[in-house]
Design a protein around this ligand. Structure first.
Ligand code: IMP
Ligand code: MG
Length: 183
């Protein structure tokens, strides 16, 4: 499989340091509950958290969207809910990538009703201009085009999550028949 590097490991580290600093300022004097969206966000969550210097706790959700693997269907199912109560807490959702925005739109709605003190989103990647729903994304490390990317947590048919950089799938990539189970 041909994968063309798009964002290097050094570039990712530098942007996460910026965003971590920004988050530390914005949440100064507060505690944050970081909510990672499994599985793709595990890597950015680990690296971003180490750049934040206010007290942080961790929780994870797993969601599944159905449809072709390189496209989103908008149907979201919660496979694993939070372990923590979030009422009155400062919740920061950490995502790997926002494409249509449907996954996060759904997650925001389902978390908002639990009445957190604040609820915001940090994402490694935002696909430019193709959000199908309005979504207020507070922290974006990189804005990219519509191309399908892998690496640094992001998969194609379950693979390539371990690449230390973000790359674009080359020509000849085959669509698997079924979407990978998770987001
Ligand atoms: P949504 O379209 O914003 O709901 O994105 C849903 C999910 O699709 C993301 O959380 C990713 O897991 C996955 N996804 C979207 N675009 C890509 C991509 O370019 N590479 C890998 N996964 C992607
Ligand atoms: Mg995801």
């Amino acid at each position: 499989m041909d994968i063309k590097p798009l964002i290097t490991a050094d570039e990712i580290a530098a942007r996460l340091a910026d965003i971590g600093r920004q988050i530390s300022e914005d949440y100064s004097g507060k505690d944050i509950l970081l909510v990672g969206v499994l599985r793709g966000a595990f890597m950015v969550m680990a690296d971003l958290a180490r750049q934040i210097d206010v007290p942080v706790e961790f929780d994870f959700m797993a969601v599944s969207s159905y449809g072709a693997s390189t496209q989103t269907s908008g149907v979201v199912r919660i496979l694993k809910d939070l372990d923590e109560e979030i009422e009155g807490r400062h919740v920061l959702i950490v995502e790997d990538i926002i494409d249509s925005g449907l996954t996060l739109n759904y997650l925001m709605k389902s978390l908002r009703v639990r009445r957190p003190e604040s609820l915001a989103i940090a994402t490694l990647l935002l696909k430019k201009g193709i959000q199908r729903v309005p979504l207020d994304v507070k922290y974006v490390a990189f804005t990219i085009g519509p191309e399908f990317v892998v690496g640094y947590g992001l998969d194609y048919a379950g693979k390539y999550r371990n690449l230390p950089y973000v790359g674009v799938m080359g020509e000849g990539a085959q669509e698997p028949a079924e979407q990978s189970a998770d987001s």
